[in-house]
Design a binder for this molecule. Sequence first.
Ligand code: GSH
Length: 273
Amino acid sequence: MVSRSKSECFAGAYKSEASLNVDAIPIHIEVSHSFSMETCVQQARPPPLTSTSDPPPIFDGTTRLYISYVCPFAQRVYIARNYKGLQDKIELVPIDLQNRPAWYKEKVYPENKVPSLEHNGKVLGESLDLLRYVDANFEGPSLVPSDPAKKEFGEQLISHVDTFTREVYTSLKEGDPIQKASPAFDYLENALGKFDDGPFFLGHFSWVDIAYVPFVERFHLVFSDVFKHDITEGRPKLAAWIEEINKIDAYTQTRVDPKELVDIFKKRFLAQQ
Ligand SMILES: N[C@@H](CCC(=O)N[C@@H](CS)C(=O)NCC(=O)O)C(=O)O
């Protein structure tokens, strides 16, 4: 059944330097690109399981992706699952990390983190490994291009993603985050210039876009809301990338309330703001 949860369609929930009401929730986040409600396909989202929830029938042959809706690492695998059209093959099991069920650590994933994937009697973790795993072991459009030059550049960008996020997170704790984070965003702008057969890192949409987008989404919102700075200013390729990626349903369906994301950042990284 189709439900109309407010958190399903946030790609369409805000637009350029404006505030508007979606499902009666006012959103006041300034960003430089408009987002269209048409990009959003309504899909039911299961509610997160909490400390009082019973576990699913683990190892019954069902493939399950354990996530938290607000976790950027989990969002990667959620996007990949959607993009490959695996909604019926990989069941989504959201967990409330603030009030998580004890059985998750005890019976599912001893690391007690999300994402994790229960498949063929095993539980695997680590979002970047899971992107490769889901791509290699399930049907659907390939996330990794076959062209050797693109493949190689993709590996380079994937090995840079933790550096990128660390540089930006670090900048938030220092004076002048806009200037401190600038080289990290310039790296993306340059990388986006490598292939000209499409607006994505490897031309066409791939696992590289999936690896970066949950973090760029958050940084875009936080720099706009907290520092009144548009990270796409002077970076036309990054601007086009954000515009185009917001046309991909597999991604927009994974988005949550921007205000919730900004609030998480404020609490975790910007206690002094
Ligand atoms: N390197 C891991 C990081 C996963 C991770 O840190 N997930 C966070 C949520 S965003 C988590 O589950 N943290 C455990 C906790 O909060 O105790 C990956 O890429 O999957």
